[in-house]
Design a protein. Structure first.
Length: 436
């Protein structure tokens, strides 16, 4: 590996680290701003974990940066309500009760006179939902802004109606071979005189201006067809006799389904690809697809653990859609900077990587599990439901829902997350996901 490659890799990792820190700070800013809006005292706003590298106190809040850029937090006074007697309960010998009271005690650290009206748990449930949702929502805003901006200014690699090459013969795509064999019929495109560099502008007399429309019409046609191409500045009409062939299956979004095939009309040419900026509507659709894929990835996460374990500790291959942690994403960022592509492509790829990271932060934090933001949101919604039902049925107000009682479950969930994070970390080091 040359010194240039090493320096570019380090630069890519550094750029991703800066983007990561900004994303974390942006997330915590959502919590901080809404907490202060609702009068909750916030003693600390920190980006990172571990020893404090720099900090400064302004007003009630200490702002700082810590040594390990793997997360961040704000500390709010009174995250959990006091015990049943209105005070912090006595320390119990039960390990589960101990967890609860440790969490309750931490929620009242640095309590000062006058803070009784500035506690988190005393705010109405809808305000607490806003405070806890604001963090992940900031990541969603950042992901959408980056994705839409790059999609509309830079674009995506897209197949066009220009001919990049003509197949010599008809080969079933399920055979996965490129060389013609004896007995293979001549491809309809070659027989019709289609040439590299032609741009198909109409099929059977109907104009086409995008690959998806053209591909769908070809697949639906078996037999004679007219193809109008733009060649050397003028329109030329070609006559082809399309054959039925075994071709790759497409899903509802027009994407190829791996290793699945269907019988359909076949012309026999390769479409040229180029990077094309998207319109606003197209960008929104692609963002929706990205969000849908993100949700599916979260749902499928447990099923990917065996393959991840095999890739980390066995001889299994690391799948392209394997879960990637901060270290793996940083390595990808470093690899992007070493690619032999124009600088604008590298910038776009880095921005897409950062957009994907922020979208993952949003989806992950919205899981209704403590200690994630979604767990606190679920607790506030449950409290609102209990109190409203009590009001409707004229029962005594049940009071705040004691989220602290769920802390034993939160420790179990946190333990699972830590184990999963370590597994991903090992896989990212010994068998990383690579880009081409």
């Amino acid at each position: 590996m040359s010194w240039t490659t090493i320096l570019l890799t380090i630069l890519g990792i550094a750029i991703f680290a800066v983007g990561l820190l900004f994303s974390i700070a942006w997330h915590e800013l959502g919590h901080l701003s809404t907490a202060k809006l609702f009068g909750i005292r916030v003693p600390q706003y920190m980006v990172g974990f571990g020893p404090t590298v720099w900090s400064r106190k302004k007003g009630d809040t200490e702002y700082g940066i810590k040594a390990i850029p793997a997360g961040g937090y704000i500390r709010m006074i009174g995250m959990f309500p006091p015990g049943a007697d209105g005070r912090l309960e006595a320390r119990s010998t039960s390990p589960w009760r101990g967890m609860i009271e440790d969490a309750r005690s931490a929620a009242f650290e640095e309590l000062r006179p006058g803070d009784e009206s500035r506690l988190f748990y005393t705010r109405k449930p809808w305000k607490r939902v806003i405070v806890m949702f604001a963090g992940p929502f900031m990541n969603l805003i950042l992901a959408v802004a980056i994705f839409m901006g790059v999609a509309m200014s830079f674009g995506f690699q897209t197949q066009t109606t220009e001919v990049a090459g003509v197949q010599q013969c008809v080969i079933s795509q399920s055979e996965k071979r490129d060389t013609c064999a004896a007995g293979d019929p001549v491809s309809p495109a070659r027989a019709a005189g289609l040439r590299e560099g032609d741009t198909i502008v109409a099929f059977n007399g109907v104009e086409v201006d995008d690959w998806t429309t053209l591909s769908d019409r070809i697949r639906k046609t078996v037999g004679p067809a007219t193809i109008t191409v733009e060649r050397a500045g003028r329109d030329v009409v070609l006559h082809a006799d399309l054959l039925e062939n075994r071709v790759a299956k497409k899903d509802g979004d027009g994407e190829v389904v791996p290793d699945q095939y269907v019988r359909a009309g076949y012309l026999g040419f390769a479409a040229r690809t180029e990077i094309v900026p998207l319109g606003f509507g197209q960008s929104v659709d692609r963002m929706g697809d990205m969000l849908e894929n993100g949700v599916e990835s979260i749902v499928k996460l447990p099923s990917k653990i065996p393959a991840l374990w095999s890739a980390a500790f066995g001889d299994g291959e690391r799948a392209d859609d394997s879960p990637v942690g901060v270290v793996g994403a940083a390595r990808i960022g470093g690899e992007v900077m070493t690619l032999d592509v124009p600088a604008q492509n590298q910038i776009a790829m880095m921005l897409f990587l950062l957009a994907g990271f922020n979208l993952s932060l949003f989806l992950f934090n919205m899981l209704p599990l403590l200690p994630l933001d979604g767990g606190h949101i679920a607790g506030a919604l449950w409290e609102a439901l209990r109190r409203n039902l009590a009001r409707i049925f004229r029962r005594p107000d049940p009071g705040p829902f004691d989220v602290a009682k769920l802390m034993p479950v939160a420790y179990v969930v946190a333990g699972i997350f830590i184990c999963f994070t370590l597994l991903v970390l090992v896989a990212d080091i010994v068998n990383p996901v690579k880009i081409s």
